[in-house]
Ligand binder design. Structure first.
Ligand code: HCA
Ligand code: CU
Length: 389
């Protein structure tokens, strides 16, 4: 069964300007837990004491999800994370040739020694700890380095190996740059060595392919997929939680695994507290994700919503709706009048034409029309003061 790791509180906070106080972090974690996320990655306690405090609070909040801290590949960092009472620890270190040579200034063997030392330390301190080792920038690292480092990490006690597409370099269908290739190769090579860690994937969205790559990983048999609310994260961010869940259900996962009706509140909370608006056309969670507008569309959905919807909004606990403006036709005005309880008046074609004309005039000024709040006044104006054509 696929498992979800949410990193809003770690990767998401790597969005410039985003910071959630410990109380807000706790609320977000509780909501994620209710939705059914399996692992909540909270942050690196070495970054700031307030982050350490948030990790401690969440780790002791009695949530079903595993609560994780993020750590550099350093014993002092790992110790700080363990002191917070987590049951999941993510350690990351790159074995890309460029990073080893131009940044760390060590060879692969020295890197592996360091990884093994830190993982063994963590395991010794807390034998029941779930340890993830992430090969930062996996997709741009030589696959031989990846296999050597991953196998050594597993032997030292890592339970999970994470493939990180740190720069959003991966692309589906590519023979050796795809996440599919990396998941399959790691599974096969480690399996040949008698090692069977869980495989996790962490996909960045630099080319807009994070979701496609995550689904590629799913197809290849990955065990855990990383996400963040609104896809928040460094640069272009990562996989969006809501989009991934909906697509996993589409690919055959059971809908009841997740409480999708909580998504809407959680997204609004995170949007408000990150000061980042959700774009109206954002799939699944955007204001317009289930809004029908153009005349032809509205006419059709008045008969059957599925004519212009492949996804039932009810699984998210939301309803489809209607927009009025330049693209509207008679069907939209009629339907909108029904919505505000003026069904009877909608039979008057002359009145409908006048309202439609007014709606278009308002639209020309670049303003949208709120059906509940504004349409009743427009209807009243023309109904009480009818003009003749
Ligand atoms: C980072 C890089 C990271 C780490 C992922 C992980 C990445 O620390 O910002 O530790 O699993 O994208 O490689 O987010
Ligand atoms: Cu990342």
């Amino acid at each position: 069964m696929i498992r979800i790791l949410d990193s809003t509180l770690r990767e998401g906070e790597q969005t410039p300007g985003v910071y959630f106080s410990p109380d807000k972090k706790l609320y977000i974690a509780q909501m994620l837990d209710q939705i059914g996320v399996d692992i909540i990655e909270v942050g690196n306690p070495a970054v700031d004491n307030e982050i350490a405090l948030a990790i401690q609070q969440i780790a002791h909040a009695g949530l079903k999800a595993k609560i994780g801290a993020h750590s550099l590949c350093r014993i002092d960092n790992v110790q700080k994370a363990l002191d917070c009472g987590v049951n999941f620890l993510g350690i990351f270190f790159s074995v890309s040739q460029k990073r080893l040579e131009n940044d760390y200034n060590i060879c692969l063997n020295q890197a592996i020694e360091k990884i093994v030392e830190v993982i063994s330390y963590a395991k010794l301190q807390q034998p029941d700890l779930l340890i993830r080792y992430t090969l930062e920038d996996t997709v741009r690292s030589p696959i031989e380095n990846v296999i050597d480092a991953a196998s050594a990490a597993v032997k030292a006690g890592a339970n999970i190996i994470s493939i990180a597409d740190t720069t959003g370099y991966a692309t589906p269908f590519h023979p050796y740059r795809s996440i599919y290739f990396h998941v399959q190769t790691l599974k096969a090579e480690l399996g040949n060595l008698g090692l069977f860690p869980q495989i996790e994937v962490h996909c960045h969205n630099d080319k807009g392919l994070a979701l496609a790559n995550a689904l590629d990983a799913y197809r290849a048999g990955a065990d855990i997929i990383d996400v963040a609310i609104m896809g928040l994260g460094e640069r272009a961010g990562v996989v969006d939680l809501a989009e991934l869940l909906i697509n996993l259900i589409d690919m055959g996962e059971e809908e009841k695994l997740w409480q999708l009706t909580y998504l809407s509140n959680l997204y609004n909370f995170v949007s408000e507290n990150s000061h980042i608006p959700i774009p109206p056309h954002q799939p699944i969670t955007g204001k317009n994700a289930f809004t029908h507008y153009a005349g032809v569309h509205v006419k059709a959905i008045a008969k059957d919503e599925r004519l212009y919807q492949s996804l039932d909004p009810e699984i998210l606990g939301v309803k489809s709706n209607l927009a009025l403006g330049m693209q509207s036709g008679f069907a939209a005005i009629e339907l909108a009048m029904k919505k505000i309880g003026k069904e009877e008046l909608a039979k008057d074609k002359n009145l409908l034409a006048q309202i439609l004309q007014e709606v278009k005039e308002i639209a020309k000024r670049g303003t949208s029309i709120d059906i509940e709040k504004e349409l009743p006044y427009i209807v009243d104006r023309y109904y009480k003061n009818p003009t003749t054509n």
